[in-house]
Design a protein around this ligand. Sequence first.
Ligand code: DSN
Length: 455
Amino acid sequence: MGNPKLDMLLEELSSQQYHQAMLIALKESDGQVYQLLTREYERRQNTLQLMAAENQCSRAVLAALGSVVQNKTAEGFVGARLHGGCEVIDDVERLAVSRAKEAFGAQYANTQPHSGTQANHIVLTALLESRDKILSLALDQGGHYSHGSRVSFTGKFFDVENYYVDKETFLLDYDAVRDKAAKFKPKLIICGASAYTRTIDFKKFREIAESIGAYLLADISHISGLIIAGAHPSPINYAHFTTTSTYKPGGPRGGLIVMGKDYDRRIKVGTKDIPLWEHIEKVTFPGVQGTPYFNNIAAKAVFFEETLSDEYRTRQFKIVENAKRLANNLLDLGYDVVAGGTDNHMVLINVVNLREGLTGATAQRCLEECGIIVDMIRLPYDKKSASVTSGIRLGTPIVTKNGMSTREMDSISTLIDSVLKTVKMIGDSEYELDESFKTETRDKVKQLCSKFPMR
Ligand code: DSN
């Protein structure tokens, strides 16, 4: 199937040409979807993607996602499939598993979860019976729906107690977690967060879990790329189970479960005594999921190999450097940066403290109208509701992937500041922003982004 001329041609295409070429088959058969996908490419290219929960995968990952492997149906794991014709996808899954283990320094990897939430679903189903106890970070303190929020299945089927960050510093208070654990006696402690900017001490979490005989789950979705590169300490040999989504560190959409030294610890299941990893596989299928997405597993294999490169590892440190620069610039400009700064890829800003009437929701909207894409976010002890919020969350993975450095972080800080200081608030949810100001800012954003085409 090799065609060196075609390979050369594809490599030489600009970002825009490449993404257009990938959609040629679609253009003929479905012009409407083609237009939508083209619009999304243009939106991403012409606006600043400061989403902490997003990343941008490589062309190689996209190619694997769009491959013929997508058509294969097979249930179970390698060596224990229920369908025929698995020779190739067995090799695909074996490769993905061995590369995931190498990337994370793990003893065991399960590449089948469809998402980070599914990975958590599998671990919780493996360990807990209905109404068993979980101790986790509250959703509005930076936790995640799948860690026991009332509106998720995890809050519905289990008894959940939350730990909180310190009221003054907004840092995790490990003594308070220890006290809660001793009183509540959960069967599972969950650590990891969707909105926490400081280093997480996984060793301390394990000590707390050990002290009461609980299991520890580390959900590292937001920081897994940093962990692979050594830009954040790893939980692999502290947590019994580590889960992550695979798109946040820059791979395809999907989830992953990895285990370190506890992978073959025994667990009693009915009358049997089996290793934890084996139990996790039985719960994955048929317990929680059906057929795996083999195109995503192939794309995960591609991504895990990419994480071993110097480029990937260096980039993770740059992501942190860029986030620190944004945080410091905004502090200098008088912003209330939650926890006083960041150790990872995200920056949390309390915009309510910036000016009267501004909220996370209005800040998100007016920044978006100017081409700057961020998330509103509830902050610890937030008095605003989830649809209004006091904060915004900024993230640096995508801008860093496209080649931006601290110099561009200075321009981005100035752009954010000019929007948030120009907007005129009218009541709690409305604002005025001059049309010419919006156009001028969008043009500045577009010009900046055009120097850093999507990679
Ligand atoms: N959706 C992710 C986030 O926004 O942090 C969590 O899954």
